[in-house]
Ligand binder design. Structure first.
Ligand code: FPP
Length: 249
């Protein structure tokens, strides 16, 4: 994208409503690599560069929360060498980028069943959570060993435990209480969900939270998803009319 065109897009975006929370399913790494005759892991490596570029762009625009789907509860079904490689990426990324994330005042968060992550991965994630917890800027939230259904079951189990323990009455259960038992209890629902690579599915991502989220799809694979795609997604979002089940004003 030329500098002029990018400035124009940024001006349009700054003049409109900035989505508070953008969630992204980082998809298409494997197909991007295959198209180039490269191993799948080269696609994941390239995907990490895209992640950097998009975090930096989101920070410039002033988005408050970015959630990235990095590893799903279903991804364990992949060959063990690929799972092992994927598990090294959070460590590599956080080790390299923590200084620049600190400079940007970013708060790192993670959602998912983190206890199943390999020790080294968990250690790197916990270190980033601890190091950035007093920052006050953009939240960068990684979904790691995350599944939307598992999250809902987990919430149900906690709520049922509270009812069984006499801490909670049945008629106190409402949507807000349920949301307060999800991993995302301290962040707003996504306004916009982006999925690259031509797949038109939610794939068990933020099932409860995306009830009214605007969806944006592109054929572009994640490793070739650039600032221009991200800016386009935000501009398209700004043209949509969100009614949340109501009628046009
Ligand atoms: C999906 O593409 C992508 C993943 C399962 C991994 C995404 C991870 C990264 C981009 C690395 C950055 C992560 C962190 C936490 C720093 P795919 O392999 O399913 O692609 P395909 O559908 O084309 O095979």
């Amino acid at each position: 994208m030329s500098k002029g065109k990018e400035e124009e897009s940024l001006n349009i975006i700054r003049g409109g409503e900035i989505p508070s929370h953008v969630a992204i399913i980082m998809d298409g790494n494997g197909r991007w690599a295959r198209k180039r005759g490269l191993p799948r892991i080269a696609g994941h490596k390239a995907g990490m560069d895209t992640l950097r570029e998009i975090i930096s762009c989101a920070h410039e625009i002033g988005i408050k929360v970015m959630t990235f789907f990095a590893f799903s509860t279903e991804n364990w079904k992949r060959p063990s060498w690929e799972v092992r490689f994927l598990m090294t990426l959070p460590e590599e990324y956080l080790q390299k980028d923590l200084p620049s994330l600190m400079e940007k005042n970013v708060v790192i968060k993670a959602i998912g069943d983190l206890n199943r992550l390999p020790k080294r991965t968990l250690r790197a994630v916990n270190h980033a959570l601890q190091s950035t917890k007093n920052n006050t800027g953009m939240i960068v939230n990684f979904a790691l060993n995350y599944g939307g259904r598992a999250e809902i079951v987990d919430a149900v189990r906690h709520i049922a435990g509270e009812v069984a323990g006499g801490e909670l009455a049945l008629d106190e259960i409402n949507e807000q209480l349920f949301a307060d038992h999800l991993y995302t209890r301290d962040i707003p629902d996504p306004d916009l969900l982006i999925r690259p690579s031509g797949e038109l599915r939610i794939s068990n991502f933020l099932l409860w939270q995306t009830a009214y989220t605007e969806l944006w799809f592109t054929e572009t694979f994640w490793p070739e998803f650039k600032r221009e795609h991200f800016l386009q997604a935000i501009m398209d979002y700004q043209k949509r009319e969100r009614r949340f089940g109501g009628i046009k004003k």
